[in-house]
Design a protein around this ligand. Structure first.
Ligand code: AHR
Length: 520
């Protein structure tokens, strides 16, 4: 639940407080406005690849160990070592692609540490995330097993920062070569006759920072060397992903693309990272700081279009797919929670769901420019869809972000279509839509903490026959699903009315909604 208003906040939020004497910090007064939206159902943008709803799991405290993976001997209910509740929730959500093992961790990970008999695996120090030791009981086979459990396509982030081209090419052979080589036979001996057929390979991570503090020139030279030895073995065509910029850093992108020197073997993917930083603890946000954070999504949309244009400016650059490899809210973290739940643990509130909705909406609108987007991170870490009750805890809750993703599931594998809104404010109504056959799906986000909207959508040339809607909403932007109250913010059916080619619905402050229409 939201905390009560502090003395400092009391002054800052004077407008809101004129309406009530003691209200949760996230609750504000009434104001209504009508917003008109036009959905151009014949104006297609491009396919919404399911991978725009991808996820990321790094070895950080409770994300993998004790989160997704509890081990077969754990008293926590598990399926072959994977936390049962998490597997069930993730299956229901649908995880199209899962990136692993980092993050920063990837450039210090040596894959051979995570194969073979458990008791022979070395113990390694996770130097990026707190210097604790890991027993490597979760390695290549366990990750592939997890992907199979939840139906995700695996995406390996390879080590360029502290690894060698040989190490990375060997990982490819171990995973993908069917049989008959020493490495592929070792995989078979370790329990998998079937090759893993891993298609997505990151060639380093944030090599401008934790992945080696490189200049674009240094990185592109290393990329070329590593990529040269990563080959399609055994029929799985590799899709190599180069390290892209932090945010909208054009100098990095230009430098790396220049460094490829027009060579024929450009990467298939270029991975940008864009976090939306928050100035407050997750459940104690002020309206002002929430607005600042949510405004960043307009910048992200601009960054996507600008980075895409930059890549397109190079010879064959249009063949390099843009990937939003890490994104999400990164708030001011609470030290006690970091101790109890692990590094980068962050509570996810209604604000987090709105942020997720703004991100997913912009990915739909830019579906022709984006190939994959992975929110950071899937569990117990930053902008998660699942949180668990500490390393020994059995309880696992679906966050507000989980439900926001559920609301966007219907867009997967449909064609995004253009929408027009009158409001260009970064905190204005956010809309995206998609179409397949005679079904149109519209997602709407009201990011404002202080105004409810009456939304009128027109679909020129279309007669809507049937409509239904679901909404995720709480008046309190600090509200969240706690272990004691896991159903505080969940999906509910929402009223929507049809008037010929018009659709009308209320969109309360801080809400994410999806309308599904059957059209003639
Ligand atoms: O997601 C947490 C960290 O953020 C990742 O390890 C790194 O790639 C990024 O800086």
């Amino acid at each position: 639940m939201a905390s009560l208003i502090s003395r400092r906040q009391f002054a800052a939020d004077a407008v809101a407080l004129s309406l009530s004497t003691l209200v949760p910090r996230g609750v504000f007064g009434q104001s209504n406005s009508t917003q008109r939206v036009t959905i151009l159902t014949d104006s297609e943008i491009g396919l919404i690849r399911p991978d725009l709803h991808g996820h990321f799991a790094e070895h950080i405290s409770g994300c993998v160990y004790s989160g997704l993976w509890v081990g077969t001997k754990s008293p926590i209910p598990n399926i072959e070592g994977y936390r049962k509740q998490a597997v069930e929730y993730l299956r229901e959500l649908g995880v199209p692609v899962l990136r692993w093992p980092g993050g920063c961790f990837a450039d210090d990970y040596h894959w051979r540490d995570g194969i073979g008999p458990l008791d022979k695996r070395p113990k390694s120090v996770n130097m990026h995330w707190g210097g604790y030791t890991e027993d490597n009981s979760f390695g290549t086979h366990e990750f592939i097993g997890l992907c199979k459990q939840i139906g995700a396509e695996p995406y390996f982030a390879g080590n360029v920062g502290s690894g060698t081209p040989e190490e990375l090419r060997d990982w490819v052979e171990y995973c993908n070569y069917p049989s008959g080589s020493t490495l592929s036979d070792e995989r078979i001996a370790n329990g998998s006759r079937e090759p893993f057929a891993v298609r997505y390979w990151g060639v380093g991570n944030e090599n401008w920072g934790c992945g080696g503090q490189m200049s674009p020139e240094e990185y592109s030279a290393l990329y070329r060397r590593h990529a040269n030895f990563m080959r399609t073995l055994g029929g799985t065509e590799l899709f190599l992903i180069a390290c892209g910029p932090s945010g909208n850093d054009a100098a990095w992108s230009r430098g790396v693309m220049n460094g490829f020197g027009g060579r024929r073997r450009l990467p298939q993917g270029f991975a940008m990272h864009y976090y939306s930083r928050g100035k407050d603890n997750p459940v104690n946000f002020t309206l002002e700081h929430m607005n600042e954070q949510l405004s960043s999504f307009a910048q992200i949309e601009k960054a996507v279009t600008q980075q895409r244009a930059l890549l397109d400016g190079f010879d064959n650059g249009s063949k390099v797919n843009l990937i939003m490899d890490e994104w999400g809210v990164w708030d001011k973290l609470v030290p006690e929670e970091q101790k109890r739940y692990g590094q980068l643990f962050e509570q996810i509130t209604m604000r987090g769901a709105v942020a997720a909705g703004l991100g997913l909406n912009l990915f739909n609108r830019q579906a022709d420019k984006l190939y994959m987007c992975n929110i950071a991170q899937i569990m117990n870490c930053l902008h998660s869809v699942l949180l668990t009750d500490g390393p020994e805890g059995e309880r696992c809750v679906r966050t507000t972000t989980y439900y926001a993703y559920m609301l966007f599931k219907a867009h997967r594998s449909r064609n995004a279509v253009r929408v027009e809104t009158a409001d260009s404010d970064p905190l204005g109504l956010s809309v995206s839509a998609s179409r397949k056959d005679n079904e149109v799906v519209i997602s709407l986000v009201n990011p404002r903490g202080d105004s409810d909207l009456d939304v009128k959508c027109t679909l020129p040339g279309v007669t809507a026959k049937q409509a239904s809607a679901q909404i995720l909403h709480d008046n309190d932007f600090n509200a969240y699903n706690s272990f004691d109250n896991p159903g505080r913010v969940i999906l509910r059916d929402h009223a929507v009315t049809l008037e010929g080619s018009k659709v009308r619905l209320d969109l309360p402050r801080l809400s994410v909604a999806t309308v599904t229409l059957r059209i003639a």
